[in-house]
Design a protein around this ligand. Sequence first.
Ligand code: NDP
Length: 448
Amino acid sequence: MAALHDALTPVFDEVIRRNPGEAEFHQAVREVLESLGPVLGKRPEYADAEIIRRLCEPERQIIFRVPWVDDAGRVQLNRGFRVEFNSALGPYKGGIRFHPSVYLGIVKFLGFEQIFKNALTGMPIGGGKGGSDFDPKGRSDAEVMRFCQSFMTELYRHIGEHTDVPAGDIGVGGREIGYLFGQYKRITNRYESGVLTGKGITWGGSQVRTESTGYGTVFFVKEALAARGMDLEGRRVVVSGSGNVAIYATEKAQALGAKVVATSDSSGYVVDEAGIDLDLLKEIKNGHRGRVSDYAARRDSAHFVAGGSIWDVPCDIALPCATQNELDADAAAALVRNGCLIVAEGANMPTTPEATRVLREGGVVFAPGKAVNAGGVATSALEMQQNASRDSWSFEHTEQRLSEIMSSIHARCLETADEYGAPGDYVAGANIAGFTHVADAMLALGVI
Ligand code: NDP
């Protein structure tokens, strides 16, 4: 671990004391605080106003019971969360995750990251996150619908287009957003399109929202390569995960001339030296909610490895797009050994702190999720903009906006890193640029 600035050690100690047992939240806070030392020297007013301590404490944390009835008529029980972290820049904005691993510490880590990510986009959105320990895997559509309806029956009183605007995340895609929006509309008797993003195109959604996180990830990589006189043409790419972010990162990487040779899910990974057949992967994942092993079974050029580390597959570009802490120090060492050029995080905090250190010491360019995957939330903000003006833009126009936003996020990271004496350091650039933007707004709004 890198050292903390003297003034930040007590702040971090306080975070640990006030939030016991929330390891992922501690990790996310530490990662940001490690970048902020140089800022304190230049901007003493932040310390005077206790900006960093206030930023580490969510404005509001909601925990609720979610009872529902399964197809066999049995009552099931889950726990729901919404952490409304910071609204200095706009309404709370951030996804909802349905996964058995969800607990308060995961939601807080994601909500904390979201503050800086959203600030980096330059759009008027604050940070929040939500979720439940509900596992949609193996559940029927009717069960997912009843769960979503019960979840929204509590959540609706906390959200609104000017208050808090959830979206999808792991386990929450178009189907779930539909059921959640339907229940919100029914309870409130309002067609309030701007209350959720990731809606279907025919009922208030935006073009490119489904693709935006994955596409944005690749747009960021394109900028990072261009800054070093390189491009994506002919590059070998490994993408972990096979969900929303991974599939559209694969699609855009292939469209820009790269060859994606591996994909994964929580059961293992697939190597396909002929290049991933995206139509087949989409059919298996989106059509049948199947596994990557099904892909290997249907394609001669592919083989499935149960368990193991996808990062053993040699590549020029590694895109972790599955989940937190999926790329550890051993995986990082394998990437360095195999000559990887760049690791760009499509997922949130997929790289452990030790792995980040190994990559950087090994000369691999490392780009953090809060910059790389910000295209998703940026396009959600574009969806809110279209909803507010009762307008809908074309795919081409929306994709162009996304591409411009990613290019400006990339430039802001590099400029800020330069300004604070860490040239080329995307972690410092993203953390400091996001932090100063939200900190200035907090200063202006007073002690609230
Ligand atoms: P999905 O649910 O669509 O896909 C998640 C993928 O990751 C699945 O293939 C899943 O496999 C795999 N996965 C999940 N948990 C694990 C695990 N413990 N080990 C290995 N693989 C795992 O989610 P998204 O694609 O939406 O999200 C992926 C990441 O991107 C998350 O970190 C999310 O926070 C982040 N993100 C998403 C955004 C979005 O717009 N959707 C925006 C910004 C960030 P399996 O099916 O086997 O569980």
